[in-house]
Design a protein around this ligand. Structure first.
Ligand code: SF4
Ligand code: SF4
Length: 425
């Protein structure tokens, strides 16, 4: 039991925000964990009460209390549904920061935070080298040997290894990209993310291709870093703020028209730098320039200037929670993909509920994550699309993992990658 005399970080808990909750319960039907468990402690209203009781000192911080908070996906469906505008995302991040600062870490957690989150995720060059090693690991036969030896079971890493996606060739993506025969429409910067720049290079290259074809100069700043979302949502807001500051400095130096992102999970964090650094004018300017890429190309219908090859296929749009509940851009992929002739577009059933990826949630809460993924697999089995389209790389990986169970497996793809695939140029 984590019984403690004194909790750390209480002064940062947004008490006023929590007081806005009037316990009406209108958020309950929107909460994926409440839908699965039907328990108040697995619902937003119950979690807010638990946080308040912990901060007020009415409830001791125990493993049980921690587990109720851990089960939350931070999907913010409750926030989108709340008539009192309770900013639940801020509450859960803050509660997790208190828990992290007040409880001793297990050896595994210490190693993950030190060597993975701080040592790799927040160090782009090292992460690229690690990506090269993983590619060698997958292609050299080493993976087969390691799996056969079951050595990773000893460290509890076998599941993470099993879920590791295929790693394409790791080549740094930096510099200035243009289409010389196009009239210049503006200058935009591309945020590449940390892991995405290794595993989702196709989406980044496709985005550059479409933007350049539309007449934009695309700059990929070399010194950009991870958005900080992983640190923010796992109780380390100070480290997240340091990463934010690096990105603010790097991107504001360039005086770009917009800062575009291709992963809505990162996009929420970038958009909320201004919220996390309320005294920073630079953070406000940075967040004001951040835009999700489908939102950017859907503006003024610039895509009308391009021609796409017909595609006689069906595409089901998956709406990531970050796109649907926070950025409110989740229907725009349907709008941009409508430019591909003959493509039949529909929405994946059950889009209002999280797919269970939620950052590292699929690793820390495998049972609930698998149950949520099973619903998505069922929806794909019913609708049988040729493509499943998602604007968040974490969700795309989770959905792709689920397609292995289907007789007819759809291709999981970012809308920009599908557009680039059909671009007639
Ligand atoms: S979070 Fe909002 S919707 Fe949910 S109980 Fe509180 S006030 Fe009602
Ligand atoms: S963030 Fe998602 S999982 Fe967490 S309480 Fe809100 S709706 Fe439920």
């Amino acid at each position: 039991m984590n019984t403690l005399n004194k909790l750390q970080g209480l002064e940062d808990f947004p008490w006023d925000e929590s007081e806005r909750c009037v316990a009406c319960g209108l958020c309950l039907p929107h909460c994926p964990t409440y839908r699965k468990k039907r328990e108040e402690t697995a619902a937003p209203r119950g979690r807010i009460s638990l946080m308040r009781a912990m901060v007020h000192g009415d409830l001791e911080l125990t493993d049980r209390l921690e587990s109720h908070l851990d089960l939350c996906l931070a999907c913010r469906a409750c926030e989108a549904a709340c008539p009192s505008n309770v900013h639940y995302g801020e509450l859960i991040d803050s509660a997790r920061a208190i828990v992290h600062a007040s409880t001793p870490m297990s050896l595994k957690e210490k190693l993950v935070r030190r060597y993975v989150m701080d040592g790799l995720i927040a160090r782009p060059k090292r992460l690229m080298s690690f990506g090269k090693f993983l590619r060698f690991y997958q292609n050299s036969g080493l993976q087969r040997l390691v799996r056969a030896s079951h050595i990773l079971n000893l460290f509890g890493l076998h599941e993470a290894e099993r879920q590791m996606p295929w790693i394409p060739e790791v080549i740094p993506l930096t510099g200035v990209h243009t289409s010389p025969d196009k009239q210049l429409r503006g200058r935009v910067a591309l945020f590449t993310g940390c892991i995405a720049r290794i595993i989702d290079r196709d989406t980044l290259e496709a985005s550059i291709q479409i933007l350049a074809a539309l007449g934009y100069e695309v700059i990929v700043p070399e010194s950009q870093n991870c958005c900080g979302a992983m640190h923010q949502h796992t109780g380390e807001p100070d480290k997240a703020a340091a990463l934010a500051q690096t990105n603010i400095d790097v991107f504001l130096q360039g005086n770009y028209d917009f800062i575009l992102h291709t992963a809505t999970g990162c996009g929420v964090q970038l958009k909320e730098y201004a919220l996390h650094l309320p005294d920073s004018e630079a953070a406000k300017r940075f967040s004001g320039k951040v835009m999700e890429i489908t939102e950017f190309i859907a503006r003024d219908d610039y895509l009308q200037d391009l021609t796409f090859e017909p595609l006689a296929a069906s595409a089901a749009i998956h709406e990531p929670c970050s796109a649907r509940n926070v950025l409110k851009v989740s229907t725009l992929p349907a709008q941009v993909l409508a430019h591909i002739p003959e493509l039949m577009i529909e929405f994946l059933d059950g889009n209002q509920y999280c797919c269970g990826a939620a950052g590292v949630y699929h690793l820390t809460q495998p049972e609930m994550s698998a149950s949520l993924l099973a619903d998505k697999v069922e929806a794909m089995a019913q609708q049988q699309p040729d493509y499943v389209v998602s604007t968040n790389v974490g969700c795309a990986l989770q959905l792709a993992a689920g397609t292995g169970k289907l007789e007819k497996a759809p291709v999981v793809i970012h809308p920009l990658a599908l557009l680039a695939q059909q671009l007639r140029e």
